[in-house]
Design a protein around this ligand. Sequence first.
Ligand SMILES: NC(=O)C1=CN([C@@H]2O[C@H](COP(=O)(O)OP(=O)(O)OC[C@H]3O[C@@H](n4cnc5c(N)ncnc54)[C@H](OP(=O)(O)O)[C@@H]3O)[C@@H](O)[C@H]2O)C=CC1
Ligand SMILES: Nc1nc(=O)c2c([nH]1)NC[C@@H]1CN(c3ccc(C(=O)N[C@@H](CCC(=O)O)C(=O)O)cc3)C=[N+]21
Length: 291
Amino acid sequence: MSAQLIDGKAAAARVLAEVGADVAVLKARGIEPALAVVLVGDDPASQVYVRNKVLRANEVGIRSLEYRLGADASAEAVLEVVAGLNADASVNGILVQLPLPAHIDETRVLQAIDPAKDVDGFHSENVGGLSQGRPVLTPCTPAGCMRLLRDTLGDLSGKHAVVVGRSNIVGKPMAALLLAANCSVTVLHSRSVKPEKLCGQADIVVAAVGRPRMIGADWIKPGAVVIDVGINRIEENGRSRLVGDVDFDAVLPVASAITPVPGGVGPMTIAMLMHNTLLAARQQHGLSAQE
Ligand SMILES: NC(=O)C1=CN([C@@H]2O[C@H](COP(=O)(O)OP(=O)(O)OC[C@H]3O[C@@H](n4cnc5c(N)ncnc54)[C@H](OP(=O)(O)O)[C@@H]3O)[C@@H](O)[C@H]2O)C=CC1
Ligand SMILES: Nc1nc(=O)c2c([nH]1)NC[C@@H]1CN(c3ccc(C(=O)N[C@@H](CCC(=O)O)C(=O)O)cc3)C=[N+]21
C-alpha cells in the first residue's frame, strides 16, 4: 500500500482563489487590503520567502509593501519601521521575517506589532487568544496544516495527534489548534525519551523539527496521517535539494496520507498569510467574516 499524497500546492491554490474572490468584493467597496513585509539582513532563504509572499499577494489583489534593512540595522531602526506601519491606516497586515539578526531581540520586535495587524499571530495577545479559544489571527503554518488535515480527515475529534517540535512559531500553536479541534495532543521535543514509541501511537503526526529525514517508518503507526513541516536544504549526489523532517520514501508505504516537501505545507503557509491579511483588513474596517 502507498499513502495518499496531500497536495499542498492544490490546497493552497483553492485558499488563494477564495481569498482573491473576497478581496475583489472588498475592493468593490473601496477597501484595498495591504500587507507589509519587513526583511532585516540578507539571508538568501528569507529573500526567497519574502519574494514568494509578495508574488502571492499581488496574485490575489493584496497590495504589498516591502521594507528592507541591512544586517547591521539597530533594533530601534526596526521598531521605527514597525511603529510607522502600525500608524498607517492603509496597512492591514505586518510581517517581520524571522529569524532576525542575533543582536536584535525578536520578542521585543514582535510585541511592538499592533495585534490587529499581526498576520503571523506571534504577538502574545494573539498567542493568548488562541490558547483561550478567542477568534484571533493564528500562525500561518499551523493554520495551513489544519486545513490540510481537515481536507484529508474531516472531523479530527478524538484523534491522537503527536506534534514533534515545540517552537513558538510552529509546534506550540499547532498543539493548541489540534486541541481546539478536540484531538488528544502529545508534544515531543529534544528531551523526549523514546520519542519514536510515543509518535508510533499517533493517528496524526505533525513534524516540525528541522532535522532532515529524522522521522523514519519506525515512528509511524500504519495508517497514520503525516504532515511534514520541515524544510531542510541538503546536498545529495552532488546537488542541493529540499527534504522534510520525515523520511518520505520510508514512510510512504506505512502512512495513509502524507505531505511532500516541497509542495506540502510551504505553499499553504503563504496562502494562509493572505487569508490572515484579508481577515485583518475586514476587522479593521468593522466588517464581519461574511461581509
Ligand atoms: N513549511 C513552512 O512553512 C515552515 C517550515 N518550517 C520548518 O520547520 C522546521 C521547524 O521549524 P521551527 O519550529 O522554527 O524550528 P525550531 O528550531 O525553532 O524548533 C525545533 C524543535 O524541534 C525540537 N527538536 C530538535 N531535535 C529534536 C529531536 N531529536 N527529537 C525531537 N524533537 C527535536 C526542538 O526541541 P527543544 O525545544 O527541546 O529544543 C524544538 O522544539 C524547520 O525545518 C523549518 O525550516 C518553519 C516554519 C514554516
Ligand atoms: N515572520 C515569519 N513568518 C513566517 O511564516 C516565516 C518566517 N518568518 N520565517 C521563515 C519561515 C519559513 N516559512 C516558509 C514559507 C513558505 C515556504 C514555501 O513556500 N516552501 C516551498 C518551497 C520553496 C523553495 O523552493 O525554497 C515548498 O515547500 O513547496 C517555506 C517556508 C515561513 N516562515
